[in-house]
Design a protein around this ligand. Structure first.
Ligand code: ATR
Length: 286
């Protein structure tokens, strides 16, 4: 039995155990995936105790992705540049840190949403850990241009500097911009800000998106409804972060287990559950 967990605070809401149980059933692998709430300030001690109990690894969620990055003894290239770790493998040499968030996002866009990023104009909102995790895999898909727009433009500028050499190598025009003036006619928008958590929609000007563009919020559930409504009002195809959630989990499962589970069915089931919850919550509140 391979033991895994998601470590966060809070973590009770996490759907990862459910997703990994479905992957385990589908692949026929024996996996026990639980939730662990680490006290703030005790992330490393909590993970160490789990590792010493014979576990294979863990996922890391809010607010510990930066601490996990600092604690790992080896890092994948994508985690090193993101400066955030969401997947740890415990091995004989120590902790190997990876970041599967961006790969999950790009797989969701390409495979589930069916949008090719190559040659497109892509806009990423936000300059925190969520945005940083997305940049390497987005660049690897070779859009024509990738603009990072943030409420605090200096943070976007500082972030893109870490990725500038890679972007130049891939011939992608990478730049930073303020939220109010990100440029126009984007084909793909990725909202990696925490705005939806506050019920807010980033203040993008009209014309930011071209008609039929894909507008994706990394969050899901009722919190994303204002963003999804805004996106549809712009003539865009609106998408939440549920597909990204399932795809980043599949990528982590692959890192630990060496097998890539099929995601289509799992995403469809999760979609039904989340939609039903959002509908029930809307009915309950006047
Ligand atoms: P995470 O690790 O989830 O990315 P974070 O590092 O706290 O979280 O980053 C949050 C991001 O959301 C930041 O880019 C933040 O903008 P600032 O850098 O200006 O703080 C952005 N953000 C948070 N609330 C926002 C809002 N209401 N509108 C627009 N951007 C917001």
């Amino acid at each position: 039995m391979t033991r895994l967990a998601i470590v966060g605070n809070p973590v009770a809401h996490s759907r990862s155990p459910q997703i990994h149980a479905r992957f385990a059933a589908a692949t026929g692998l024996a996996v026990d995936y639980t939730r662990i709430e680490a006290p703030l300030g005790s992330f490393v001690a909590t993970v160490r105790a789990f590792a010493e109990s014979g576990a294979r690894g863990c996922n890391v969620t809010v607010p510990f992705k930066g601490e996990a990055f600092a604690a790992c003894t080896r890092l994948s290239e994508r985690a090193r540049r993101a400066e955030a770790v969401n997947t740890i493998v415990f091995d004989a040499d120590g902790w190997f840190g990876d970041n599967t968030d961006g790969a999950g996002l790009v797989r969701d866009i390409a495979l589930n949403a069916g949008v090719a990023l190559h040659g497109k104009r892509v806009l990423v909102l936000g300059a925190g850990g969520a945005a940083a995790g997305a940049l390497d895999p987005l660049l690897a898909a070779r859009p024509a241009a990738l603009v990072v727009a943030n409420r605090t433009p200096a943070k976007a500028q500082a972030m893109i500097e870490r990725f500038a050499a890679g972007a130049a190598r891939l011939d992608v025009q990478l730049s930073a911009a303020p939220l109010e003036a990100p440029g126009a006619d984007f084909d793909v928008l990725v909202n990696a800000t925490a705005a939806s958590l506050q019920g807010a929609v980033p203040p993008l000007p009209a014309g930011t998106l071209r008609p039929g563009a894909l507008a994706l919020d990394m969050m899901y559930g009722a919190a994303t409804l204002p963003f999804l409504r805004w996106a549809r009002a712009q003539g865009a195809v609106a998408r939440d972060g549920l597909g990204m959630l399932v795809e980043q989990a599949a990528e982590a499962f692959f890192v630990w287990m060496g097998q890539r589970p099929a995601t289509f069915q799992v995403l469809a089931e999760l979609r039904r559950e989340v939609d039903a919850q959002v509908e029930a919550a809307a009915k309950a509140s006047p």
